[in-house]
Ligand binder design. Structure first.
Ligand SMILES: Cc1ncc(COP(=O)(O)O)c(C=O)c1O
Length: 361
């Protein structure tokens, strides 16, 4: 095997090594078919078995209750930004959003094409460094949308707000399957795969039956309607076969590692290690997020100067610690430590950051 680095990119992101090795094998001969997993028909029983297993594993690991459908769609989470208001809009009822940063902003922008958007709370007053948990609900809203983890800013809803009778819609692209969630609060949850699940190219949408019924009652383009994808088992058109297959392997790995309770413990430990290091650095490292809103997935921090940040990224890279530069829109540093990032990777990063401080403070 060639060299593997510790990959802290925000997405596409590091994947479980075991899943990659298995995929390597199946790339030439999938389960004795003599064909690549990329060459078999999506209508074959071999691929149907992949789809069924991937769906069953999401249901089992996330404890998704009966009455929710699990869909595997193309187009990325960004496509859901407009599919959601298009499918779920109700005449005379606004769309409610909580504005927490770059990805909430992108979702709000798309919803505006379909009707009135009410932003019930925003953390713009503090540069999106916290989750605005206090807000006045709008009981008339068609739905309430939150971004459970802001990948760029590094803030996370560690528990979801109570939406009352309004359906709660969650963009969980960057903390999907990283901790158990309370499905009694959620009506629709979606995530691009390329951070916490698998490779880019597939988006998982978990949607409650009553919201599918809303879509069914409308006249929508075929590929837009959730009803199409429910009725056709995500196979109305050719699904993103390889990303679904590799996601299935990553889900198996997650199950072997003890599922979500164990993954949540691990994620807390990994994030805790980095935040403790930041907090004990006498101000050399400064966390971007407010302490009560810190993301366990994307740890964002600053150094005393941009010059030092550049030096830190470059020296980390030379040590095999890759992808630590913050998003270009905000600068700074970001360590993305999704499910597949090993504790060893985080410990190696912490050790490097300690040494970097000693040499540069
Ligand atoms: C929280 C969040 N939502 C949505 C998106 C957009 O996802 P995609 O690139 O799959 O459209 C991203 C991508 O990074 C994200 O982090």
């Amino acid at each position: 095997m060639g060299k593997r680095v510790f990959n802290f990119y925000a997405g596409p992101a590091t994947l479980p090594l075991k899943a990659l090795k298995e995929a390597k094998k199946d790339l030439l001969d999938f389960r004795g078919t003599g064909m690549s997993v990329c060459e078999i028909s999506h209508r074959s029983k071999d691929f149907q078995a992949v789809m069924d297993e991937a769906t069953a594993l999401v249901r089992e690991l996330y404890a998704v209750p009966e009455g929710f459908h699990i869909l595997w769609l193309g187009g990325g989470a960004s496509t859901q930004f407009f599919h959601i208001p298009w499918n779920l809009g109700v005449e005379g009822r606004p769309f409610a959003y909580i504005h927490t940063g770059s990805w909430a902003k992108a979702a709000i922008k798309e919803a505006k094409f379909f009707g009135e958007v009410k932003v019930l709370a925003s953390s713009e007053d503090a540069n999106f460094s916290y989750v605005p948990r206090r807000f006045e609900p709008d009981p008339n809203a068609a739905y309430l949308h939150i971004t459970s983890n802001e990948t760029i800013g590094g803030i996370e809803w560690l528990s979801f707000p109570d939406p009352g009778d309004v359906p709660l819609v969650v963009d969980a692209s960057s903390d999907f399957l990283s901790h158990p969630v309370d499905w009694s609060k959620i009506a629709l949850l979606y995530a691009g795969a390329q951070k916490n699940l698998g490779p880019a190219g597939v988006t998982v949408v978990i949607v409650r039956e009553d919201l599918v019924a809303r879509a069914r009652a409308k006249s929508l383009p075929t590929m837009v309607s959730y009803a199409t994808h429910v009725d056709k088992g995500s196979m109305h058109n050719t699904p993103p076969c390889f990303p679904i297959y590799l996601s299935m392997l990553a889900l198996r790995d997650l199950k072997e590692k003890g599922g979500l309770p164990s993954m949540e413990r691990l994620n807390k430990r990994k994030a805790g290690l980095l935040y403790r290091l930041i907090d004990s650095s006498n101000g050399f490292y400064r966390g971007v997020a407010r302490k009560d809103s810190r993301s366990r997935m994307n740890v964002t921090f600053r150094l005393p100067t941009e010059e030092l940040e550049g030096k830190c990224v470059a020296e980390a890279k030379a040590r095999g610690l890759i992808g630590l530069k913050g998003h270009r829109s905000v600068g700074g540093m970001r360590a993305s430590i999704y499910n597949a990032m090993t504790p060893k990777g985080v410990k190696t990063l912490a050790q490097f950051l300690r040494e970097f401080q000693l040499a540069n403070a």
